[in-house]
Design a protein around this ligand. Structure first.
Ligand code: ADP
Length: 151
């Protein structure tokens, strides 16, 4: 018997959960893609947040469902407006890295009131997008806490 409280045990377990164990595949679009095509991609990929990249495949922006809805209720032709016009752009993007704790990502989602973060890796050209962590990811990690042999 270790003498640890339930609180200590659960905290210990949560602190073993890292981004790389739970992250999902990122769906990215290029900056020049139209809002119309981004909406199509969001439906086809069944995803709530798209990441926008430049020619070097480096992160330049984020598109949420509401960003696309906002653009859609205007008068513009959705085929003629590029996503870089409406996206949330760097350097205002909250990111995480694969070594980060899931707990720290969850805290960022709460603090920034957002649904997801890109998992990035530093390259000479900028930040490469290697994954995605969303509220769904956090939900999966939460359920994993109840399992005997988690990741
Ligand atoms: P929605 O707007 O569909 O409710 P979010 O809450 O995730 O989805 O997004 C809210 C706003 O924050 C949007 O304008 C979106 O572009 C932006 N956003 C989403 N994710 C991030 C992020 N990781 N970093 C910075 N801004 C983000």
């Amino acid at each position: 018997y270790t003498g640890k409280t339930g609180f200590e045990l659960i905290t210990e377990k949560i602190k073993k959960f890292h981004v790389q164990d739970f992250m999902q595949i990122p769906i990215v679009v290029k900056e020049e893609v139209s809002v119309y095509d981004a909406i199509s991609t969001m439906f086809l990929e069944d995803i709530g947040t798209l990441f926008v990249v430049n020619e070097d495949s480096c992160l330049t922006g984020v598109l949420s469902r509401k960003d696309l809805l906002r653009a859609s209720i205007g008068q513009q032709d959705l085929n003629s407006i590029a996503v870089h016009i409406i996206m949330t752009r760097m350097p205002n993007i909250t990111v995480c890295r694969k070594e980060d704790l899931i707990l720290d990502v969850a805290q960022k989602l709460i603090n920034k009131q957002i649904d997801g973060l890109p998992v990035v890796k530093d390259t000479n050209a900028g930040l490469a997008v290697i994954g995605r962590v969303t509220k769904t990811t956090i939900t999966k990690a939460f359920v994993e806490l109840t399992k005997e042999n988690h990741v």
